[in-house]
Design a protein around this ligand. Sequence first.
Ligand code: C5P
Length: 227
Amino acid sequence: MMSAQAWAVVCAAGAGERFGGERPKVFAALAGRPLLAESLERLEACGEIEGIVVAAPAGWEEPVILLAEELGCSKVSAVVTGGSTRGGSVRLALAEIPDEAELVLVHDAARPLVSEEIVTRVLEPLGRGWEAVVPALPVADTVKRVEDERVVETIDRGSLVSAQTPQAFRAGVLRAAYGTGHGEATDCAALIEERGGRVCWVEGDPRLHKVTTLDDLALVEVWLETL
Ligand code: C5P
């Protein structure tokens, strides 16, 4: 069964300070193309995605528009200048999504290997009363809380998962969360959790690995070539 259609926000406005280089991280080369090209092309190809709004790094709006044109991404309806935080970028992009949109997907361009399968998987629970859906993976390592040099405690990893994107939302709930909260959480679902909203998680995908360092880029490139 095909889920209802959704609008997608692509967060691509990070400076990528941990990444280095002259360009913003989303313009780093992945298999000869800007990292952002993967997310745009893959979301464009998803039947469930109706339109796309991209939050671009300040000064890089034009290259984002040109990239979308080159890729034939006709679903990209707006490119906004991102904010100084991820939350700020999401808020600015949300303002460009039509009022009639019922479902919104928020995706980090830093996770280039988004697939239609995962988009379908995160949208599905929205049809069963959930307001927000997070793809996540069980934590494989033992997790410890530390204070400076000292290890303070070991946390039971049985109840921990590691959150990814794309995250899916009922549009009204996401808009309300960004309308009131500071929106400075590291993911959107956190704002809905704080408000006591109905948030669920579904199995994520290891290939949604986030590109933070050059090593991550090399890893994702290997996956891309072996897909
Ligand atoms: O910096 P980090 O990798 O955690 O950012 C996650 C995603 O959010 C990236 O795709 C990045 O481009 C985006 N971002 C944004 N606006 C910011 C900071 C990050 O769109 N101000």
